[in-house]
Design a protein. Structure first.
Length: 178
């Protein structure tokens, strides 16, 4: 299994994977494909994508990025796994790599927004197993009976009241010497 940044040659397989799997017609496909196009353009950290491959076959894609105008906030847009490749660790590997890359790039928190419907359940389960928790919810957001769930993952420990604990603390002697 390999996880790597998406390349132009991966676009067809990624598009096919992102277009299917949410019922016909897929109400979310247009936005996800727009995000994929942004990631393939590579011009911004707001839209990035990784793929997971099993040999020569692309079996997973993750789209994520930094939230525009923020310092330390990121969003996971989607993780999709090819039919027949579920429950083999590809989604978990993608999520681990997304977390590692965002942490290196200075993100402190990752948010994910998901519709509360059965097709999104596998992604919700993956996110919950990986430490995401529901932060908020908007009932009937997409349509009657389909809420929007906001999930959160802190990449750095929280001190409380929304403050993030620093990764290192200087002693008063060191700080005074600077």
């Amino acid at each position: 299994m390999i996880v790597r940044p998406i390349e132009a040659a991966d676009a067809g397989a990624a598009r096919a994977m992102l277009s299917g799997g949410c019922g016909e017609p897929c109400p979310y496909a247009a936005r996800v494909l727009e995000l994929l196009d942004g990631a393939l353009g590579g011009a911004t950290t707001e839209q990035q994508a990784l793929i997971s491959a099993d040999g020569d076959a692309i079996v997973g894609v993750a789209i994520y990025g930094h939230v525009a105008g923020t310092k330390g906030a990121a969003i996971l847009y989607v993780i999709a796994i090819a039919t027949g490749s579920e429950h083999r660790g590809f989604g978990a590997a993608l999520l681990r790599d997304v977390r590692a890359r965002l942490t290196r790039e200075g993100a402190r928190v990752v948010m994910a927004e998901l519709p509360d419907e059965p097709d999104a359940r596998p992604l919700l389960d993956l996110l919950e197993r990986s430490g995401f928790h529901e932060e908020a919810r908007i009932p009937d957001y997409y349509r009657d009976g389909v809420a929007l769930s906001f999930l959160r993952l802190d990449l750095l420990p929280r001190m409380g009241h929304g403050h993030v604990m620093p990764t290192s603390i200087e002693s008063s002697d060191t700080a005074a010497a600077d």
